[in-house]
Each structure stands twice: as structure tokens, then as C-alpha cells.
Write a new protein. Structure first.
Length: 222
């Protein structure tokens, strides 16, 4: 039942209700599965659903034709979200994607500072993950690793475990063909001579230690 505030008429049955001034209702129960806004419109236009919040800012869900997207003026909490493309805007928002409260913000994307921040202790990459950048024949365009604190910057590659057979390797390859090419490796392992610099050829996935030429051994750390 819907009560029209103007004439106090009780309207029931399969009828269309048209009201110019507005309706005041306590609860609405709709048996159908479709609500249409601007149902008589013949051109495109914006539409909004609004929640009155008294002295606080009202909450709205609105469709805007200017960018053909839904807009929410407050955050959304959901147990799952699937999307092809996600645009974070406008600039008045915080421009952040964060995990749930209490997680310590494992991932933070900040367009105001042009930074991607990881506060999680681990970042798990797929096998053969490749990072691309554009050097444009200028070495100054190369990616940089720089500490934000102290007087030292560095990159550490560590072996997957603490056994003597574990190995950590940093490689430079002369081609983007992963199956064939020349390389130079800085290698650390648990042997009596733990640090070595090696070079060699990698041919058609037949790489073994035998094709490496050892250029230098270091038996101790400085």
C-alpha cells in the first residue's frame, strides 16, 4: 500500500501512480524485480538514489551520463568485486585502494604522490614475471632503487633456504631469448668458496654448471 500525502488516497492493485509533489511512506514492499528511474524519459540523463542523513551529508548512488559511470559519494564494502577496468576518481577522493581495516594497508596506490606502496612483508610474483620500462637510449631513464632512510641503498637476493646446497644468483643476460644467450652471474652458495662471478652460454634449455666459466672466486666476505 502507498498513501499519497496530498489527497490521502489508498491505492492498490495493478495501477500506475503519478505524483507531482512527492510521496511520504514508512515502508515500501515491491514484489517485482525491477525499479526504473526516469521511466518516461526520451533522452539520456543523470539519475540518483539518495539517503537522507539529517545533519550529515546524504549518501547517494548516482548514474552520470558525462562519463557513463555509477558514482558513490561514500565508500563501498563488499565481500567480492569483479570488474574489467577500475578508474579511481575524482581528485577530491583519497585515490587509494586498501585492504580491509586492520590489515595495515598491504597495498596503497596514491595518485597524489605517484607512488605504489607495499606494506606487506612479502610480494609474491608469478614465475617468469617481467618488469618493463622505457629507456629510450638514455641510461638516466633506468629504474632506480633508493633507500628513503640512512646512507646506504641496496638490493638483496637471498637463497630459498639455509642449507649448504642453496644458491642465490644475480644474472645479466645479453638477449630477451630466455633459451639462448650469453650471461654473467654473481653467485652465492654454501660451499667453501661461497661467492663467485661466472659467465657462459645458455643454449636451448640445456644449461648446467658445466657451461659456466668461473671468472673469480671469493672465499670470504669483506
Amino acid at each position: 500500500m502507498i498513501t499519497a500525502e496530498v489527497a490521502r488516497e489508498i491505492i492498490g492493485g495493478a495501477r500506475r501512480v503519478s505524483v507531482d509533489l512527492g510521496l511520504t511512506v514508512s515502508d515500501v514492499c515491491i514484489e517485482g524485480d525491477l525499479i526504473t528511474l526516469r521511466c518516461n524519459a526520451t533522452t539520456i540523463g543523470d539519475a540518483t538514489i539518495e539517503v537522507e542523513r539529517g545533519s550529515s551529508t546524504n549518501a547517494t548512488i548516482g548514474w552520470q551520463e558525462s562519463d557513463t559511470r555509477w558514482h558513490y559519494n561514500f565508500g563501498i564494502t563488499t565481500t567480492g568485486l569483479t570488474a574489467d577496468d577500475v578508474t579511481i576518481a575524482p581528485s577530491g577522493f583519497t585515490n587509494l585502494i586498501t585492504t580491509v581495516a586492520g590489515s595495515g594497508q598491504d597495498l596503497r596506490l596514491d595518485s597524489d604522490t605517484n607512488q605504489i606502496q607495499f606494506t606487506a612483508s612479502d610480494l609474491l610474483l608469478n614465475q617468469t614475471t617481467t618488469f618493463f620500462y622505457s629507456e629510450a637510449n638514455n641510461r638516466l631513464n633506468r629504474p632506480v632503487i633508493q633507500s628513503t632512510t640512512g646512507n646506504t641503498s641496496g638490493l638483496r637476493i637471498q637463497a630459498p633456504n639455509a642449507t649448504n646446497s642453496a644458491v642465490a644468483v644475480s644474472s645479466v643476460f645479453n638477449t630477451n631469448d630466455a633459451d639462448n644467450g650469453k650471461f654473467i652471474n654473481i653467485r652465492a652458495d654454501g660451499s667453501a668458496t661461497p661467492i663467485s662471478i661466472r659467465t657462459g652460454d645458455f643454449v636451448a634449455v640445456s644449461f648446467t654448471d658445466a657451461v659456466e666459466k668461473v671468472l673469480r672466486f671469493e672465499s670470504h666476505m669483506q
